[in-house]
Design a protein around this ligand. Structure first.
Ligand SMILES: Nc1ncnc2c1ncn2[C@@H]1O[C@H](COP(=O)(O)OP(=O)(O)O)[C@@H](O)[C@H]1O
Ligand SMILES: CC(C)(COP(=O)(O)O)[C@@H](O)C(=O)NCCC(=O)O
Ligand SMILES: [K+]
Length: 256
């Protein structure tokens, strides 16, 4: 049984894969100072709720936060007696190497998204991941990650407004009914929500024009559901795309 760990800048997600399906998914906030023992306390307490027969033999980790990897490695070693595969490290093979500028360290989450999306949809894709940052990962016809776009995340944009302007409150994102806000909160939500709809449309159109071919657009990430119904931006929404990519990379390493 595989424990797949996807650590983003905001949230860390653990999923258990039995070779055919995910048995359960647990989410906690990302803290670089969390120890291996603290991970285990949290994990073992929560997992009881699912009443599963667990036999975890392997662990794979993708982390956009380099500092958490040490404690997750200790966690895997101490409690599951295994050496985890860490995406982005030389010993973790990728089904196909990224084609980017030499010396570029691509976020492992983006490599994982590319692998997961290619496995499900084939090539010529754009994966839009609404996480801490909003990333666009471009996948070529052969499945290679060939670059993309990094924009500030939705919540980060709202937080930046609040931090920089004395009269703007801390608010949560929501889809506004109208564009013209008639109060401060509605104005902020409109700017960020409709601004992102425009951002996604413009960036995807330009990527397709630059690649000069039709491309499928897949959305994922914590805030993707909010944009799912918005004006046919996406061909598919897959909230488990990163987790699926981790199982694809794990299988590839087992076989090679
Ligand atoms: N179900 C949800 N509803 C509202 N906001 C969410 C939800 N899940 C995640 N978020 C928010 O979406 C943002 C991105 O979350 P996530 O995709 O987990 O980020 P990351 O992968 O970068 O850690 C965060 O600001 C988080 O607070
Ligand atoms: C762009 C990111 C911050 C997105 O991370 P996330 O929103 O998932 O926490 C992450 O993929 C990253 O740190 N990338 C490194 C730079 C690059 O991918 O080119
Ligand atoms: K992201």
């Amino acid at each position: 049984m595989l424990l797949a760990i996807d650590c983003g800048n905001t949230n860390t997600v653990f999923s258990i894969w039995d070779g055919e399906k995910f048995l359960c998914t647990l989410r906690t906030s990302t803290h670089h100072a969390r120890t291996a023992d603290a991970y285990f306390t949290w994990f073992s307490t929560l997992i009881k709720h699912y009443e599963l027969e667990l036999d975890i033999t392997d662990v794979i980790i993708s982390s956009t936060v380099p500092r958490v990897v040490f404690n997750l490695r200790v966690f895997a070693d101490r409690f599951f007696d295994c050496r985890p595969l860490v995406v982005g490290k030389p010993e973790c093979l990728l089904p196909i190497e990224p084609r980017v500028d030499e010396g570029t360290l691509v976020g492992p989450d983006r490599l994982v998204n590319a692998a997961g999306a290619y496995d499900r949809h084939g090539g010529d894709l754009i994966v839009v991941d609404f996480g801490t940052a909003t990333t666009f990962d471009v996948v070529a016809a052969d499945g290679a990650y060939i670059g993309g776009v990094i924009a500030p995340g939705v919540n980060l944009s709202l937080e930046a407004l609040h931090q920089a302007a004395a009269a703007l409150p801390h608010i949560d994102i929501a889809k506004p009914q109208k564009v013209i806000g008639t109060n401060t909160v509605a104005c902020m939500q409109s700017g960020v929500f409709w601004g992102y709809v425009g951002l996604v449309r413009e960036v995807c159109d330009r990527i397709k024009a630059e690649r000069d071919r039709p491309m499928k657009v897949i959305s994922t990430g914590g805030l993707a559901p909010l944009f799912q119904q918005s004006h046919a931006l996406f061909d598919a929404f897959e909230d488990d795309l990163t987790m699926h990519g981790l199982t694809v990379i794990y299988d590839y390493n087992k076989d090679n």
